[in-house]
Design a protein around this ligand. Structure first.
Ligand SMILES: CC(=O)SCCNC(=O)CCNC(=O)[C@H](O)C(C)(C)COP(=O)(O)OP(=O)(O)OC[C@H]1O[C@@H](n2cnc3c(N)ncnc32)[C@H](O)[C@@H]1OP(=O)(O)O
Length: 431
């Protein structure tokens, strides 16, 4: 267990664009160590802190006293945590969501409850502030279930054989409207902000992007140093109205890689024409035999568009977005309803933030929920299971077959229908 003189402090990133304050600098130093990065170079912490101020992040650090002389400076925290608020597209609205990131615990202080202490305090504070949902993207899938998080969006890695180009099948109709052009690396950020905003507004499961994001996908923040990766290339698609509606950025893997490979860094298409046009471009890159992409939807339209679906192989399937319901009434009412029906849910929560019995009604495409006291429930599920089912990407029926949801089988089926949605959720944001 933590020593009694371990102190958990919450603060905002301070300083100016030119010079960060000591607390932000030592906190950043700890995060760089936690993720095995090189120490920050001059200017790097200031740039990071500028983005963090734009995100309005709150930082948390655990500080220990009484370290022996010669050990790491005690002003560098042994554990870190950060949070910010961005919107989640629920399929019905853009729901302000508490995002958790930058979780590290120094190896000498692991498994003493520091993560549990930071997480418990942070989730409680977010719930008290009125946020209905928390979210994260995880380094390991075994850490966060115990805190009530469930996988709500998955992603796939694709390996596409483009040796003979990428022929589109007869079912895909006329050539996509609009035009596709290469863009300069320096122009990617502006296009990506505009296109991502359009895509985010129409895509269930999408989380809005933090301020640094364009720099992650245009090579500016490559490897964390101050020098950009100028090998990053990009192209955009403009619709017939002259507005950009899609873009892709990529990096050539080098002539030593066989077969010759292009790795897609980011691909966002707000229209179906942009989507097909960008894949046509990727399939037509000369001297490239393979295209890979790690952030495809588990329901990617590409394999239904191309003449040879076997040329598009899934090489990995992994969790993408984890959700954690904080306020079940507000969260459920912020998402669409599926099939009509009424179910009483007993929601369990080891952290006692969201627990209780709820009556949920689906009617006319909307969900309403209210707390009911001392009423028998039809279905019992932990908050992690309801969080997994929240966006409609994972079915309550599947969770019941896995043993994560229990209750009257007919009510489980009804609830599965009430929470089913039309579109498989996708998240193109890592944070
Ligand atoms: C959202 C993000 O930022 S993702 C990035 C997460 N960070 C990293 O992966 C960096 C490297 N890892 C670390 O810094 C640490 O090992 C952490 C943050 C994962 C865990 O921190 P700790 O302080 O050791 O965790 P803590 O002692 O509070 O453990 C809490 C519980 O989680 C469990 N746990 C912690 N880490 C893991 C793990 N990697 N796998 C499985 N269980 C874990 C503990 O056993 C404990 O379980 P219990 O309460 O049921 O007994």
């Amino acid at each position: 267990m933590p020593q009694t003189d371990d102190e958990l402090r919450w603060f905002r990133p301070g300083g100016t664009d030119e010079a960060s304050d000591a607390a932000t600098r030592t906190w950043a130093e700890a995060v760089f160590r936690g993720f095995h990065d090189k120490p920050p170079v001059p200017g790097q912490v200031e740039r990071m802190a500028r983005f963090y101020r734009e995100d309005d992040r709150e930082l948390g650090g655990v500080y220990v006293a009484g370290t022996p002389e010669g050990a790491v400076d005690p002003s560098i925290p042994v554990a870190t945590f950060a949070s910010m608020t961005n919107t989640l597209n629920t399929g019905a609205t853009l729901l302000p969501t508490h995002e958790i990131t930058a979780v590290t615990v120094r190896a000498t202080h692991r498994r003493r409850g520091l993560l549990r202490r930071m997480m418990t305090e942070d989730l409680r504070r977010a719930a008290d502030a009125g946020l209905a949902m928390a979210a994260l993207t995880a380094s390991e899938a075994t850490i966060y279930g115990r805190f009530g998080f469930g996988v709500a969006v998955e992603r796939e890695s694709l390996r596409i054989d483009t040796r003979r180009g990428l022929a589109f099948g007869p079912a895909t109709g006329p050539a996509p409207a609009g035009r596709t052009e290469f863009i300069e690396r320096e122009g990617i950020a502006a296009v990506s902000r505009r296109v991502f905003a359009r895509w985010h507004a129409i895509t269930p499961g999408s989380i809005d992007r933090q301020a640094s994001y364009p720099g992650n996908i245009d090579g500016t923040l490559h490897d964390g140093g101050m020098e950009p990766d100028t090998a990053v290339r990009g192209a955009a698609h403009w619709g017939e109205d002259g507005e950009p509606d899609g873009y892709v950025t990529w990096r050539f893997a080098g002539w030593d890689t066989e077969p010759t490979t292009v790795r897609v860094l980011d691909l966002v298409a707000a229209t179906d024409d942009a989507y097909r046009a960008l894949w046509e471009l990727l399939g037509s890159l000369d001297l490239v035999d393979r295209v890979t992409w790690d952030h495809a939807s588990v329901d990617e339209p590409l394999r239904w568009a191309i003449a040879d679906p076997r040329s598009c192989a899934v090489t990995e399937r992994e969790d993408s977005l984890w959700l954690r319901i904080l306020d079940p009434v507000a969260a459920l009412q912020a998402r669409p309803g599926g099939a009509p029906g009424t179910v009483r849910l007993a929601l369990t929560d080891a952290l006692d933030i969201a627990a209780g019995t709820l009556e949920v009604v689906s009617e006319d495409g909307r969900l309403t929920a209210r707390r009911v006291e001392d009423a028998p429930a039809d279905v019992t599920l932990p908050v992690a299971a309801l969080s997994s089912a929240y966006l409609g990407g994972i079915s309550v029926d599947t969770l019941a077959r896995a043993g994560a949801v229990t209750g009257d089988p007919e009510a489980v089926q009804r609830l599965a229908g009430m929470l089913a949605t039309g579109r498989v959720p996708q998240c193109l944001t890592q944070f």
